[in-house]
Design a protein around this ligand. Sequence first.
Ligand SMILES: [Zn+2]
Ligand SMILES: [Zn+2]
Length: 222
Amino acid sequence: METHNCGDESMFIAKHTNNTVVTGVDWENHVKKNGAVNPRLSCPICAKPVERSGSVNHVVNYFSHADGTLDCFAIESASDSHRLGVELTVKALYNRVREIFGLPIEIDVERRVGDQSNFVIADIRMSSPFQIVAEVYYKKVYLELVRRLQTLFANNYQAFIIFHTEGRHDVEQVEQEIQRIAPLQVGRFDPDSLEVSLGDLFSREHVPVSPAVRDLLPIHIR
Ligand SMILES: [Zn+2]
Ligand SMILES: [Zn+2]
């Protein structure tokens, strides 16, 4: 989670009637090929209808809630870059889970996992069909990875850990450091190609989260 403050933005992603999540670019290509026949698009987070946004000042500002309410990603991010990573990670996660396991899928952004005294705020929280969190790291200095995974695992969540490739941390290096405790690959969001790889799923079975293990990691990762 990285706090934020922007007002007039739109979403880059929307859910198509065939239940895949598309970007504005995907949608334009689809319309070119098939025509915009009764385009019923909805928000992948709250399911409200969305429409092509009025403000076309940026390629990634594309869809907004048709009722004019603030879009579901507007509360989320510190920056457009982080927000874009979150949106494209929602797309990747939604489409992968749908392809393999089908519907229904419940997914939300900036949601709490845990109780009052011990919780994390997850960038993306899927509650059905699985409990999965996806975290997008961009400018955050201290990742608090073990602390966060402890809380997630204790609440029966697994996690995808995604790094913005132009963020604060050198992704290759952080990945090698994480591999001191678990042989897993992190995910990557490349803002140039707009591609997201989710990486491996971090689960209780594969990631030991004891204090001793924590000490094997550099301070910015722990
Ligand atoms: Zn984040
Ligand atoms: Zn929404």
